[in-house]
Ligand binder design. Structure first.
Ligand SMILES: N=c1c2ncn([C@@H]3O[C@H](COP(=O)(O)OP(=O)(O)OP(=O)(O)O)[C@@H](O)[C@H]3O)c2ncn1[C@@H]1O[C@H](COP(=O)(O)O)[C@@H](O)[C@H]1O
Length: 111
């Protein structure tokens, strides 16, 4: 499973130059950043609503589905701007062993 993101990244890169008529990802690239951001926003809201439903019902299947949509559209956004999931994974790795509370406190001292 760990190379799912790498495989998807390769497809997303190929789609940057593909025919928009033949590919959903290519059609998003062709429509431009605002359309991609609109989809990221839509999928964010759908994920929030699915999380509330999951808490209420105990059924998490819709939450997994919507989170996959959100991750997918976020990856399209990064790809559109010449970035990949690797930049995000590197940032998460950089944060290993860094308490979120300590990180927040260090920002408050800086500002
Ligand atoms: N993982 C995905 C993936 N997840 C979600 N989606 C699409 O994202 C869209 C989600 O938007 P909505 O739920 O809002 O559905 P919609 O109403 O059809 O969307 P809009 O018309 O409002 O834009 C749907 O069209 C889904 O099919 C995806 N489309 C593609 N991929 C991956 O990207 C690869 C390349 O896809 P193509 O570019 O289509 O070949 C595929 O092989 C997959 O691996």
């Amino acid at each position: 499973m760990s190379d799912v993101l790498a495989q998807l990244q390769r497809v997303l890169e190929e789609r940057r130059h593909a025919d928009p008529q033949s590919s959903y990802v290519a059609s998003l690239h062709a429509k431009g950043l605002n359309k991609i951001l609109e989809k990221v926003g839509e999928e964010s809201v759908e994920t929030l609503l699915a999380a509330k439903d999951a808490e209420r019902s105990g059924d998490t299947s819709e939450l997994v589905y919507e989170t996959a949509d959100l991750w997918f559209h976020s990856l399209v956004m990064l790809s559109h701007l010449g970035l990949s999931h690797e930049a995000v994974l590197a940032e998460l790795a950089r944060r290993f062993n860094m308490s979120g509370l300590d990180e927040k406190a260090s920002r408050q001292v800086d500002s």
